[in-house]
Structures are given as structure tokens and as C-alpha cells.
Design a protein around this ligand. Sequence first.
Ligand code: NAD
Length: 425
Amino acid sequence: MRVAVFGAGYVGLVTGACLADLGHDVVVRDILEERIDALRRGEVPIHEQGLAELLERNRERLRFTTDVGEAIDGAEVVFVAVGTPPTASGDADLTAVWTVVDELPKVEHRVVVAMKSTVPVGTGDAVRHRLDERGLENVGYVSNPEFTAEGTAVHDFQHPDRIVVGAFDPADAEVIERLHAGIEAPVITCDVNSAEMIKLAANAFLVTRISFINEIANVCEATGADVVKVAEGIGLDHRLGPHFLRAGIGYGGSCFPKDSLALKQLAANSGYSFQLLNAVIEVNELQKRRVVGKLERHLGSIRGKKIALLGLAFKPGTDDMREAPSLVLAARLQAEGAEISAWDPIANGRAHLDGVAIAGSALEALEGADGAVIVTEWPELGEVDWAEAGSRMRQRVLVDGRNMLDPEELRAHGFEYEGIGRAAE
Ligand SMILES: NC(=O)c1ccc[n+]([C@@H]2O[C@H](COP(=O)([O-])OP(=O)(O)OC[C@H]3O[C@@H](n4cnc5c(N)ncnc54)[C@H](O)[C@@H]3O)[C@@H](O)[C@H]2O)c1
């Protein structure tokens, strides 16, 4: 099939590359000329495992353009994969989505617009209304929310748990099903509102699990239990499952914070206070800040102390720093008067952090540090020679914000080690 993808970001590029790999003829359109030029030269503007190879392998079925007409020409499906960041009120900002809808030209043949961007419930209804107002009856509309996770997005797209298609017209849903032929997954077809809610509710549930285990971790600290064992013990219950039960310094990223806030506001705008979600969000905010208290417990005041932040991306496997806990942590530590060094194998800290010394390696970041915080569980940090690291630090204080290291081993190297929800020394 001929497919257009609007948005050459994390979702749009993975979608375009994976659909081309299924044999479809894909044109990806973005408004950023430099991004499109780079893609045409064969450069990949984001870090996502397997994406570069997939783009390279499918070169002859993939084109990149800034031109709407070129993207739409002959397309049977138009994916919308533009950003929907939060506004000042916490609602999803649909400016980019509306721009795409209003840019769509009149077409002679049937075209199905498939919304991959995460949008509030009711967006599809509003878009349908706008399309009808513009006389675009030939343009169908489906909600086809995206569940891929950064770092494993290519694999997730090719092996999804499910494909959700909310449609006004069953024939449009069938087009999307046909497009995914070759991918083994259950297809959930439903109304557009429900498809939109499935995405928001899934993310809300995931962050609820994260905040839940983080609160259990905090109670573990207060009572002397070890959350790593606790999570293992509860995760083996088949009714609960092991996923998203890893205590840490809180969730971040381009989706969880904004989507949970958007659902909270969507409910509030409809007159309902989503109390559970409100608490989940607040727990997450507090969780990031608890690290400062942990450092102070070992160092006293951190004014003038040097703290190394290890890992800056919101999670391993991506260069994405949108809403990363490292940003909040750096700002909080700076506000307390700490001097900060930082390292990440991929994320560009310089572009996001003012007044932070960005190091070329974890050991370099640890040089002369009074304390260190593991912010992102990059596998590289498991390979650091911690004996050597300790000898380079002024004080051997380590807060393992992701519980990735062995406390006993670190203590054997003379570290004062603190994890999250693990028994203190
Ligand atoms: N990042 C993820 O892993 C993920 C997962 C699931 C869902 N989502 C949702 O998918 C959407 C896109 O997320 P993302 O992370 O890919 O965003 P992104 O910021 O990486 O990419 C969005 C792209 O859209 C482009 N754009 C803006 N206006 C445009 C227009 N009129 N025409 C064409 N392109 C335009 C931007 O220039 C940008 O390159 C969001 O709604 C997000 O919530 C993201």
C-alpha cells in the first residue's frame, strides 16, 4: 500500500521504517527541513535500536519530504505521528495535530487518516467534524494508538501485544488491519473514543504500578524490608505479573508524565477528580526529590559538594531527555548549591543542562566527586570498575537510583551505598 507518515520523530520514523519493511511504499513528511535533509542523506536523527539498519534496508520503499502534496499523493493511509506536548494547563497541545488535519488536501480516492499521536478522548470526534466541515468526506478517520517503548520501539512495532483500531467506519478499520498483515497480534477494533481511552488508560496503569512500587520501597526503607525481594515475591503472582515493579527515582520521558497529566486534566475538565492518578503523579514528583535527602544523610549539607549524575536519558536505550528525572535532580542539586558533573553514553546533556560539567566517561564524571547518583540504568554502569571509581572520588557515597548494582560489592569497595527501598547499612 502507499502510506504517508506525518512526523519524523520517535514514532513516525519507526512506523515508517517498519511499514516499509512490511513491503509498503512510505513517504515520511516533517516540517523540519534539516531533519528531512539528514534522513535523505541516510542519517538517523534519533537513537533507536535497529532503526538505522531498517531505514537502510528499505531505502527504495522510503522517501522523505517536507511537502504535503508529495506525501499525500496516492496515499491510502495517512498516519499522524506529530507531538502532543502538554500545555500550561496540563492538557494535550493538539496544535500540530490540527495543522495536519487542516493541511490535508481534497482527494479523489478514499484515504484513511490514522491517529498515532496520543490524544484526549473526543479528539477523533472533533477531527471527523472538521473534515466534514471542509468537505473531505473521502477521508476516513481511525484512532490507531501507539504502544511502542523507546529503546525497543522497532521490536515492539514488529511484535506488538495488540493492535488497537478505533473507527467510525468498519471499512477503514479493515484497511488498517490489512496494512499490518504480516504482524502477528490480536486486533482490537472498537469505537474511536474507546481506542483513545485504551492508550491513556494503559499509560496511567503503568505509571500507577511504578508509583505503587516506589511507595512500597519508601515503606521498605522505613521498616527495614528490601523492595527488590518484595517486587520479586509479588511479581511471581500470576494475577500481578513482574513488569513495572522496579523501584527507582521515578518515571520520566516524553509520554508517561504528559499522558498521565493529560488524563488527569481530561477527567477534571469533565468534572471528575481522578484521585488515584493525582496521587500517582504526586508520588512520582516526590520520588525524584528523595535522592537529595539521601545524599544529605551521608554528606551533610551538599552546598559546594561535587555530585556526579550517571545517566541522563529518561531510560537506557534512548537519547531522549524529555522530562528525564536527571533534569529535576540536576536543578534540585544546583538549588542546594552542589556542583554537578554528569555522564551519559548517548543523550546530549549539554543541550539540556546549564552549568553542568558533561564528562566523556563515567570515571571522568566521578573524578573528585563527593557523591554519585545512578540516574539511568545504562548497562555500561554495571561494567564500571567501582574500586577504581572509588579511588578517584573525594568521598565514596553512591545513591543507586535504579537498584542496579550489588550493595555488598559496593560496600566491599568502601562505598556508602544506598539504593531505593533497600535496607540501609
Ligand atoms: N515517543 C514514544 O515512544 C511514543 C510512544 C507512543 C506514543 N507516542 C505519541 O506519539 C506522538 C509523537 O511522539 P514522538 O515522540 O514521535 O514525537 P517527536 O517530537 O519525536 O516527533 C514529532 C515530529 O512531528 C513533526 N511535526 C510537527 N508538526 C508537523 C506537521 N504539521 N507535519 C509533519 N510533521 C510535523 C515534528 O517536527 C517532529 O519531528 C505523541 O503524541 C506521543 O505522545 C510517543
